[in-house]
Design a protein around this ligand. Structure first.
Ligand code: SF4
Length: 440
């Protein structure tokens, strides 16, 4: 079959899916998880012909509207997501809008929120407004014919977002021209988004274009005027995936830490994708399907994802010396094992505990766990952190809870940074610095 015929068939399938989801003539909006990740995922969706963008920045009306339709039993991310959707429905023509809500199975309420958002929209007369969900737990069946293309391009969007976020966070604390790194970050998102959203290109061509855009981004970040300094404490940031990545919900905690003299290493989004892949691997083995077709499909998919990831990270090898992510998610799970065995505990609590220990070994001076108030992940990790600390030289660890009413954030961050500076004097795992840091 010729490339043109294959492409025509693919387009016909995608157009049918667009009709099936009721997206014709509408723009699809999604929450910030983080902003840059949603920006690039939206570009991946545009490559399929779906007009997609992140929701506009949240504000006080988000909390007001979200608060009116939630009872208090729901967690904070739900309030923000539904508040943003309702705000847009009030401000714009509902006939132009559709929403996307990533969801997940696991030991928390998140898996139920697509039903709750749907019910809320229906009760407010927006029953014609489509709500798409996307989850790995059903093999992406919920996105039908978009599946294969979106999974591949969406994964690349996730990896590119993780790379650009790393560049942002390792550059911004040292900039000497205030605001320059944020500008470069947005320019880089635009550059990578242009490569992602191109239509009628092969997967190989898209990868080549993305690598070129990422190289340009790397050079842009390198050109930011900066005074690198080894004395800044490195703070590892773990926690609940929405609140950790959504700067409105966590009151931009990373920036607050930077303003108090720290540098942050934020847990990447890709770790969640690798975690769900590993979950699937273990489930198939437990069900006696190690050599099944499903197992083979998973292995092939994971192999392709790994190749894409390595290709996109390749230009950043020197840049990320000292900032390397674990090569295999099982490294993180193994660190968590004595405290939260991954065969019993599930979800972000395991990743947070394991990543905190990984970051301790990378020379972090403190660990911050970002959690929505009442989130069981945060409650469980907060309970095990004292033992984790005891076993790891009493590295400072602090859980920050958020529900939109935080009052003493500046004071608490200031105190935490002092603890991190004190720990820095006695830590046993020194940090490795990239070559552009001046010698100590
Ligand atoms: S992880 Fe916590 S905050 Fe997030 S959806 Fe689950 S229960 Fe809610």
């Amino acid at each position: 079959m010729s490339r043109a015929t294959k492409e025509a068939e693919r387009r016909a399938r995608i157009d049918a899916a667009t009709r099936e989801f009721g997206l014709e003539g509408r723009t699809l909006y999604m929450p910030h998880m983080p902003y840059g990740g949603s920006y690039l995922l939206a570009a991946a969706l545009r490559s399929l012909g779906i007009e997609a963008w992140p929701v506009p920045d949240s504000d006080d009306r988000t909390l007001d509207l979200g608060g009116r339709v939630t009872s208090g039993d729901e967690c904070y991310p739900q309030k923000i997501v539904v508040g943003d959707f309702l705000r847009m429905l009030q401000d714009r023509d509902p006939g132009d809008l559709a929403f996307l809500l990533p969801t997940a199975n696991g030991p928390c309420r998140f898996g139920q929120y697509n039903h709750l958002v749907r019910r809320t929209l229906d009760e407010h007369g927006y029953d014609q407004v489509p709500l798409m969900t996307i989850t790995s737990s059903d093999g992406y069946r919920s996105i039908g014919e978009y599946g294969n293309d979106l999974v591949r391009t969406g994964w690349r969007a996730v990896v590119a977002q993780d790379i650009l976020m790393k560049m942002l966070l390792k550059t911004r604390p040292y900039e000497t021209e205030k605001g320059r790194t944020d500008i470069v970050y947005q320019e880089s998102l635009d550059d990578v988004a242009a490569a992602l959203e191109a239509r009628d290109v092969t997967h190989d061509e898209r990868l080549t274009n993305m690598k070129a855009a990422l190289r340009r981004s790397r050079d842009r970040f390198r050109a930011v005027p900066a005074a690198y300094d080894r004395s800044r404490p490195l703070i590892g940031v773990v926690g609940e995936i929405f609140c950790r990545n959504n700067t409105f919900s966590n009151m931009d905690l990373v920036r607050v830490i930077e303003e108090h003299g720290g540098e942050c290493w934020l847990s990447d989004v890709g770790e969640w994708i690798w975690y769900t892949d590993d979950e699937q691997r273990r489930r198939l083995i437990e069900e006696g399907r190690r050599y099944s077709r499903a197992s083979l499909v998973r292995r092939v998919k994971a192999g392709i994802q790994r190749r894409d990831e390595e290709a996109l990270y390749e230009p950043f090898h020197d840049e990320f010396i000292g900032y390397e992510e674990p090569h295999d998610i099982r490294e993180v799970l193994t660190f968590a094992w004595p405290y939260l065995p991954y065969t019993g505990a599930l979800g972000e609590m395991v990743l947070s505990a394991g990543k905190a220990i990984y970051l301790y070994h990378k020379g972090a001076d403190g660990i911050v766990d970002i959690s929505p108030f009442t989130c069981m992940n945060g409650i469980v990790t907060e309970a095990v952190y004292p033992v984790v600390q005891r076993d790891h030289d009493n590295i400072p660890v602090r859980t920050f809870y958020f529900d939109g009413t935080q009052s003493d954030l500046e004071r608490d961050v200031g105190i935490f940074l002092e603890l991190a500076r004190t720990y820095r004097q006695r830590k046993r795992h020194p940090r490795v610095f990239p070559a552009y840091f001046p010698a100590a």
